[in-house]
Design a protein around this ligand. Structure first.
Ligand SMILES: Cc1ncc(COP(=O)(O)O)c(C=O)c1O
Length: 413
């Protein structure tokens, strides 16, 4: 990330941190150091209050009841869609609200890819994808006879763009690529990649789960066909997220799930489906959650995403510098353009042991395969530890983490 101290300094980050009540708690008698924001982010009071207020004062189902509460709930839900769209420089009717990235990518797989792909076609993925951007495509490949191709990365954890572009052969109909890797932190040049794909008639699906917490994302400027993301990593509630899609795709896609909300008229002889995006939102949605996500988008816009990026760039630079001084520590992923996500291993220690001992020091890091088995295999490891930061973390927490890491390293011999 390109850190600009001037931009980051324009905000009182201690005051911002105070917006996140959970960060004040203790774990094992120690102040919590929450370095697991790539897993799920903590929530500001504004988001918690919005969810609470919905259930206390406005709770009703959406798009169904004409009574006052029904109208209030529908207005708030659709208002949240508009607020989220504003955050992404997109149009509200281009956003299908989903339970998160997994649902969003499966929606593309089932509604766009399944009816179109056939034997001889290929789906191109990168080595650094999360399982959510691998397994749905395997399901499509199994059912259509299409094949999966994989574009490789360098040992530093950077996409080999020449190899990726060379892999965009005429049989490739769809490309799945992460905007930011959840393991390596690598920020991929998705606008350039999607431009290249589009030039060759390949439909692009960008997994933006790890980008939205860290970067200002202007989805139309990326030039992709689909952009999937999850709300809980960007200060929003769990079970929220969206699929952005080009309107021409949404208009041409059949529904993924059938039920309430996604219809105009149902007869036993046949059903007339609703217009997008509601055509793809069958059943009662996560109303309170998405209202909270709209507030999260507004919260991030108030901070200013360029300032968030700059702040996290400063934290990452500090973290990276200090981690490199710890003996026997291996950092996996050294891309020059990186979000505040650092995967690491300590010589001779299992990642879970490391994370368990760090927890006893109050430090929460994730350990495991991070839903990226192919990437673990590429690096020849079963698991890593991952420290992932957000703008609400502090330089002092980084120092606490480094002290804990040295202690744990000594304990593990
Ligand atoms: C890169 C990436 N893609 C997809 C997902 C899946 O997101 P969700 O579980 O919210 O659907 C995650 C979550 O960890 C992720 O990091």
């Amino acid at each position: 990330m390109n850190a600009s101290p001037a931009a980051a300094g324009a905000i009182d980050w201690a005051r911002v941190r105070a917006d996140f009540p959970l960060l004040a708690r203790e774990v094992h008698g120690k102040p919590l150091v929450y370095f697991d924001s790539a897993n799920t982010g903590q929530k500001p009071v504004a988001v918690i209050d919005a969810v609470d207020d919905f259930y206390r004062r406005h709770n009703a189902n959406v798009s169904r009841a004409v009574h006052t509460l029904g109208t209030e709930a529908t207005d708030a839900y659709e208002g949240a869609r508009r607020r989220l769209a504003q955050h992404l420089n997109a149009r509200a009717d281009e956003l299908v609200l989903t339970s998160g990235t997994t649902f969003a990518i499966n929606l593309v797989a089932y509604s766009w890819a399944l009816p179109r792909l056939k034997p001889g076609d290929a789906i191109l993925l990168t080595r650094m994808e999360h399982h959510a951007n691998i397994v749905p495509w395997q399901l499509v490949a199994e059912r259509t006879g299409a094949s999966i191709k994989v574009a490789d990365i360098t040992p530093h954890g950077v996409l080999d763009l020449d190899a990726l572009h060379a892999a965009m052969t005429p049989d490739v109909k769809l490309l799945g690529v992460a905007h930011v890797s959840n393991v390596l932190g690598t920020i991929n040049p998705v606008a350039a990649i999607c431009r290249e794909a589009r030039r060759r008639g390949i439909v692009s699906v960008v997994d933006g789960s790890q980008a939205l917490p860290h970067l200002a994302v202007d989805i139309p400027a990326i030039g992709c066909d689909f952009y999937a993301f999850t709300g809980h990593k960007m200060c929003g509630p769990t079970g929220t997220g969206a699929l952005w899609a080009r309107p021409e795709h949404l208009a041409a896609m059949p529904p993924f799930l059938g039920g309430g909300e996604m219809i105009k008229e149902v007869r036993f002889e046949g059903t007339v489906y609703n217009d997008p995006p509601h055509r793809f939102e069958a059943g009662t949605p996560n109303i309170a959650g998405h209202i909270g996500l709209g507030v999260a988008a507004a919260y991030l816009d108030d901070l200013g995403m360029p300032r968030v990026t700059a702040r996290e760039g400063e934290l990452l630079a500090h973290l990276d510098e200090e981690m490199r001084k710890v003996d026997g520590l291996r950092i996996i992923g050294n891309a020059p353009d990186k979000a505040a996500v650092v995967s690491f291993l300590v010589e001779g220690a299992h990642a879970h042991d490391l994370a368990t001992l760090l927890d006893l020091e109050g430090v929460a890091v994730r350990s495991g395969h991070h839903c990226a088995h192919p990437l673990m295999r590429f690096y020849g490891v079963p698991a890593t530890c991952r420290a992932s930061l957000s703008f609400y973390n502090t330089h002092e927490e980084i120092d606490t983490f480094i002290t804990a890491l040295r202690k744990v390293r000594r304990l593990l011999g």
